[in-house]
Design a protein around this ligand. Structure first.
Ligand code: PLP
Length: 405
C-alpha cells in the first residue's frame, strides 16, 4: 500500500451494481411501465425457479413480505406468534401490525438461532401453552435445525413462516436431501428482502415464496389493495361480465381491503439482473467468510466466528464475529470507533428485540439469557462480494491493532 494513500472505507455490507444492472434499469425506465409491468412477473418466475418454490410474489420490501405473511395466515387479534429474540424489528412488528401477540423465544448464544428447545420453552409461556405460528429467522444467512423446528411446530399445530431476509441462496440437507431456503419444504411461507446490503439488491424489494396456491393468491391480491381483475375471482357477475361472458375491461373486485405493497418494474429489472448473479455473489461471500474463519483462529479464544450448523451451506449475508469484550478489556463502542478510524465499518445485529421499550413494556420481567449472551458478543465485520481476500486481511489486522492498543 502506498504511504499516504488512504485505503477505501469498507462498510459492513453493500450492494454490487455492475454495468448490466444499470442497463437493465435504464431499459425499464425507457419502457412503457414504471410500476407493475412484465418485469414483476418475470422476477417472480425467476425467484420461484431459484428457490424451488411453486410460487413467488414480489412486494415492496422484506417488512411488507412479513406483514403480508402475517395477514395471509390471519395472525391477528387473539393469536400468538413466536419470534426469536435476535432478529430485526420487522419480524416481530409484522405480527403486531396485524394485531397479533408476539412471544419471544430465546436463541443459541453461539449462533443467534432459535433451536427447537427454545421454541418449546416459548410455547410454555404462551396463553394456555398454545400459539398459532412461529417465525423462524435464518440469521446472517445460516439456518438452524429447520427440520426440528418444523417437526415441533406441526406437532403443536403452528403455521411456519421463514424470515429468510438474510438467506437467499442458502442450502441445507436433511436426511441426505438437499433443500434451498425458500423451497418451503419445512415452512408455509418464506419472506425475503432485497435491501442493498442483502445477497441481491433492488434498492427496496421483497418477496414471499410458497407452495400453497391459495396463500400465493391471497398475498398477490393483498399487496394490491385486495383487488382482482380475474374472471374466476368475481362474485358480482352482473357488474363484472358482459353479455359475451367476458370480464368488463374496467372492472375489478375487492373482497377484503388490502395494501399497496407493489414493487415497481424498474426495481424488478434490477432484481432480475442481480438474481442472475446470485451464485457468483454467494460463492464469493463463502470464500470471504472462509478466509475470515481461518484468520480469526489467530485471535482465539476471545474472538471467534459464529458456531456453524451442521449440513448448512449458508449464503452468508453477514460475517458475525463473537467477541469477549470483557476479557479483551475493551468496550464494543470503543472497538467500533477504533476500527472506523482505520476505515473499517462494523455493525451490531441485533439488540434483542424483546428488550425494545415497546416489547419490554408488555413483559418487563422476561429474560432470555441466550439472546443476551449473543448480543453481548456479536459484531458484524465487512462482508460483500466486491471485497478481496486482502480486504479481509486488512480487517483482521485492524482488529488485532484495535484490541492491542
Ligand atoms: C431479519 C430481517 N427481517 C426483515 C427485514 C426487513 O426487510 P426490509 O428492510 O427489506 O424491509 C430485515 C431487514 O434488514 C431483516 O434483517
Amino acid at each position: 500500500m502506498n504511504a499516504g494513500v488512504k485505503p477505501p472505507y469498507l462498510p459492513y455490507g453493500r450492494q454490487v451494481i455492475e454495468d448490466d444492472d444499470i442497463a437493465a434499469v435504464v431499459a425499464a425506465l425507457q419502457s412503457d411501465y414504471l410500476t407493475t409491468g412484465p418485469r414483476v412477473g418475470e422476477f417472480e418466475g425467476a425467484l420461484a425457479e431459484v428457490t424451488g418454490a411453486a410460487h413467488a410474489v414480489a412486494c415492496s420490501n422484506g417488512t411488507a413480505a412479513l406483514h403480508l405473511a402475517a395477514r395471509a395466515l390471519d395472525l391477528g387479534p387473539g393469536t400468538t406468534t413466536i419470534v426469536p429474540a435476535i432478529t430485526f424489528l420487522a419480524t416481530a412488528n409484522a405480527v403486531r401490525l396485524h394485531g397479533g401477540d408476539v412471544v419471544f423465544a430465546d436463541v443459541d448464544p453461539d449462533t443467534g438461532l432459535m433451536r427447537p428447545e427454545h421454541l418449546s420453552e416459548a410455547l410454555s409461556r404462551c396463553p394456555g401453552g398454545k400459539a398459532n405460528a412461529v417465525i423462524n429467522v435464518h440469521l446472517a444467512g445460516q439456518c438452524g435445525d429447520v427440520a426440528g423446528i418444523h417437526h415441533l411446530a406441526r406437532k403443536r399445530s403452528l403455521r411456519i413462516v421463514d424470515d429468510a431476509c438474510h438467506a437467499l441462496g442458502t442450502t441445507y440437507s436433511v436426511e441426505n436431501a438437499l433443500h434451498r431456503v425458500g423451497d418451503n419444504r419445512f415452512a408455509d411461507l418464506t419472506c425475503f428482502s432485497f435491501h442493498p446490503v442483502k445477497t441481491i439488491a433492488m434498492g427496496e424489494g421483497g418477496a414471499v415464496t410458497t407452495n400453497d396456491t391459495k396463500l400465493a393468491k391471497f398475498i398477490a391480491r393483498d399487496r394490491n389493495h385486495g383487488m382482482s381483475r380475474h374472471l374466476d375471482d368475481f362474485a358480482q357477475t352482473e357488474d363484472a361480465i358482459d353479455a359475451s361472458g367476458q370480464a368488463n375491461p374496467w372492472y375489478y373486485e375487492m373482497d377484503a381491503p388490502g395494501l399497496n405493497y407493489r414493487v415497481p418494474d424498474i426495481l424488478c429489472a434490477l432484481g432480475l439482473s442481480q438474481l442472475a448473479k446470485l451464485n457468483r455473489f454467494v460463492t464469493r461471500r463463502r470464500v470471504l467468510a472462509a478466509t475470515y474463519d481461518a484468520m480469526l483462529h489467530q485471535l482465539a479464544p476471545h474472538i471467534a466466528p459464529l458456531k456453524r450448523t451442521p449440513a448448512v451451506m449458508p449464503a452468508w449475508h453477514l460475517y458475525v464475529a463473537l467477541i469477549d469484550f470483557a476479557a479483551l478489556g475493551i468496550e464494543r463502542a470503543a472497538l467500533m470507533r477504533r476500527l472506523a478510524a482505520q476505515g473499517i465499518g462494523t455493525q451490531v445485529h441485533y439488540f434483542p428485540v424483546y428488550r425494545q421499550p415497546y416489547y419490554q413494556a408488555a413483559n418487563p420481567k422476561l429474560r432470555l439469557p441466550g439472546a443476551d449472551e449473543y448480543y453481548r458478543r456479536c459484531l458484524s465485520l465487512p462482508l460483500y462480494p466486491a471485497m478481496s481476500t486482502d480486504d479481509v486481511t486488512r480487517v483482521v489486522c485492524a482488529l488485532k491493532r484495535a484490541i492491542k492498543r
